[in-house]
Design a protein around this ligand. Structure first.
Ligand code: AMP
Length: 176
């Protein structure tokens, strides 16, 4: 995982002063690093029944699509407000750097389907919490949430685990 961590670029003060932006595009462009990340994110879930991966826009789409393919299941997009064409349900959340809302198609998940949530990074856990609420509102059962990066000092992971969702993360970075 050290190799994987070294492929993630840090851009200080983006998108605002004080934020250390952990840029996974440098990992995505590396064929071996990207493959390793997908294999490692999917690994704990290979032995479980997963009906679909729900990926959070936008980096969660890149990871989630590849993980769904590896797990042999479907993919469901959780998008920023106003992007999905069908009838949606939405949830507001507070970001590490702002307020936003995400949406899911209201018919995306059938009652009792087992869903894995995927995003690149967990900071405050606000985005993942909103995604968990959306999946649960549409009748899904959450099997877990997988991220490449956790920022443990911010405490998002504990917040998600307090919602009874098992978090799988590959690497940790200090600070914000
Ligand atoms: P949060 O809701 O605070 O857990 O923030 C997670 C979401 O915001 C993820 O979709 C991340 O891609 C993005 N994000 C938050 N903080 C950072 C950061 N320091 N570097 C890169 N992405 C971040």
């Amino acid at each position: 995982m050290d190799n994987l961590k070294s492929l993630i670029r840090t851009i200080p003060d983006y998108p605002k002063p004080g934020i250390m932006f952990r840029d996974v595009t440098t990992l995505f462009r590396d064929p071996e690093g990207f493959e390793l990340a997908i294999i490692a994110m999917a690994r704990p879930f290979r032995t479980q029944r997963i009906d679909a991966v729900a990926g959070i826009e936008a980096r969660g789409f890149i990871l989630g699509g590849a993980i769904a393919d590896r797990l042999g299941c479907g993919f469901i997009p959780i998008r920023k407000k106003g992007k999905l064409p069908g009838k949606t349900i939405g949830q507001e959340y507070t970001l590490e750097y702002g307020v936003d809302a995400i949406e899911i198609h209201d018919d995306a998940i059938e009652e009792g389907q087992r869903i894995l949530i995927v995003d690149d990074l967990i900071a405050t856990g606000g985005t993942a919490e909103a995604a968990i609420k959306l999946v649960r509102q549409t009748g899904g059962e959450i099997v877990g949430a997988a991220f490449i990066i956790d920022l443990p000092e911010i405490g998002g992971r504990s917040k998600i685990e307090a919602l009874d969702v098992n978090c799988h993360v590959l690497v940790e970075f200090d600070g914000h």
